[in-house]
Design a protein around this ligand. Structure first.
Ligand code: PFF
Length: 471
């Protein structure tokens, strides 16, 4: 048995704070901005079901594994993997996992900060009363107005990135603990208010059915109307890949964010029950966001497949129409920014922790370095919605933003998650995982290990191969 390690970066002050921080990482733009729009683009119900299955069968077991690895290694993911590779006498190639996470983190943060910048801009728009009494058309035009101005999007992106760097520089615990204790519950209450408003609309049932009625045709087929006006459909595994990728993205898995938070987790607290709470909270927030948004979409004749602008083109209509809308609208976007903030922090923490451990850097320059690099990369996303949106700037029909999003969420995170599952399930000894989880070798442990060794890897591989058309 290894000696009891402790992290040089300190520890969460309690199990409760660990959970809040992990929920802060998981709940973010992925739940409120991304989930509704990809559910909208991929036909709703069946997609949501595939997503929920991915969360339960792949996401939850891998989250336990990631926390376990982090807490056992007690270092940044790169060094945690090095330590565990030595301890388990495994091949050195497994250490690459930590490196993959660093690169993925840069890529994700670069665009995450731009979208969070949109939300920041909307805080001020809501506060200024811009949405009062607006109709759907005006809301769409307002959103397009923001996107078409690279200068202002860049400015908001910059402000958000600076906010992230400041908290990471001060140490994750100091800045974060207070924020997550109050803001996460507040966001939850506000989402409930929005769902209440959505319920008062005639289209609530339609929105509900869109999210929960199964229509597998949409998940397994894409249909295009050709030049001749005839609709042609073909089978595709892509929506399943998107659902799988989103399960990783929304739970912050596959790149070391949850691993690094696990490394600050006090010993002797149950990893299994913490995972359950984090996964449940994340899923409930995403479903609430969907339930708030789709009734508004249908009540106003909007397009569910509107893409990344979906929440910015729907929620302002609701705020504009409800009493106290100026206040609630402002509060909502403030909380959305906080949710994004607490996620963004966790995206760069693995890299910053590694710079501190291996290069003797202090946190301030380390956070600045990582933030500035991601900021530069983010300029590509800023321009993807205006100057570089034209077809001549696209690759495989995707803008730079689409490419980075696709590569990270649908390929790199599932690959990272697959490696985590294989390492924890096959390479790490049973004794080590039992010891770190603090579980008995009973039905709970065995189910987890079975999911991790067989089910999660197989499902990830099937969805991958299915998507590239080999199955
Ligand atoms: N889980 C976050 C969200 O849903 O917005 C995004 C995220 C955070 C992805 C941390 C990856 C990560 F490591």
């Amino acid at each position: 048995m290894p000696e009891q390690r402790s992290s040089i970066h300190g520890q969460w002050s309690s199990r409760f704070i660990f959970m809040l921080a992990a929920i802060g990482s998981a709940v973010g733009l992925g739940n409120i901005w991304k989930f509704p729009y990809i559910a909208g683009e991929n036909g709703g119900g069946a997609f949501v079901l595939v997503y929920l299955c991915c969360i339960a069968l792949i996401g939850a077991p891998i989250m336990m594994a990631e926390i376990l690895l982090g807490r056992r290694g007690r270092r940044s993911p790169i060094n945690t993997m090095r330590v565990l590779v030595r301890e388990e006498r495994a091949h050195r190639a497994w250490s690459l996992l930590g490196w993959g996470g660093v690169i993925t983190g840069f890529l994700i943060l670069s665009y995450y900060s731009v979208i969070a910048g949109w939300a920041l801009a909307y805080v001020f728009r809501a506060a200024a009363g811009t949405f009062m009494g607006v109709d759907a058309e005006t809301v769409v035009a307002q959103f397009e107005g923001l996107l078409s101005s690279p200068g202002s999007v860049l400015a908001w992106h910059t402000i958000f990135m600076v906010m992230t760097m400041v908290v990471v520089a001060r140490g994750v615990r100091g800045g974060l603990e207070m924020a997550v204790t109050f803001l996460m519950p507040a966001l939850f209450v506000l989402l409930l208010i929005l769902v209440g408003y959505a319920m008062s609309l005639g289209a609530f049932e339609q929105g509900f059915n869109f999210l929960f009625n199964l229509n597998f045709g949409k998940v397994f087929q894409v249909c295009e109307t050709g030049a001749s006006g005839v609709e042609q459909c073909r089978f595709t595994g892509e929506p399943m890949l998107i659902a799988l990728g989103h399960a990783f993205f929304t739970l912050s898995l596959g790149m070391g964010a949850i691993m690094v938070y696990g490394s600050y987790m006090p010993g002797k607290t149950s990893i299994a029950s913490a995972t359950l709470v984090i996964v449940a909270a994340d899923t409930i927030v995403a479903l609430l966001a969907g339930l708030a948004i789709f009734p508004i979409v249908f009540a106003n004749g909007l397009e569910p497949a509107a893409g990344p602008g979906l929440i910015f083109q729907t929620l302002p209509i609701a705020f504009g129409a409800m009493s106290g809308g100026q206040f609630f609208g402002t509060l909502f976007f403030v909380l959305l920014v906080f949710a994004a903030w607490s996620s963004a922090i966790s995206i760069i923490e693995p890299t910053v922790a590694w710079l501190v451990e291996n290069h003797g850097m202090r946190r301030v320059p380390a956070a600045a370095l990582v933030g500035i690099l991601a900021w530069f990369l983010g300029i590509g996303t800023v321009l993807s919605f205006n100057l570089l949106s034209g077809e001549e700037f696209q690759l495989f029909g995707k803008t730079l933003f689409d490419l980075i999003d696709y590569l990270t969420a649908n390929i790199l995170l599932p690959l990272g998650g697959l490696c985590i599952a294989l390492f924890t399930g096959w390479v790490m000894s049973r004794a080590s995982s039992l010891d770190e989880l603090g579980m008995r070798d009973g039905i709970g442990y065995r189910t987890w290990r079975f999911l991790l060794r067989y089910i999660s890897p197989l499902l990830v591989l099937i969805v991958f191969f299915n998507a590239i058309g080999l199955l």
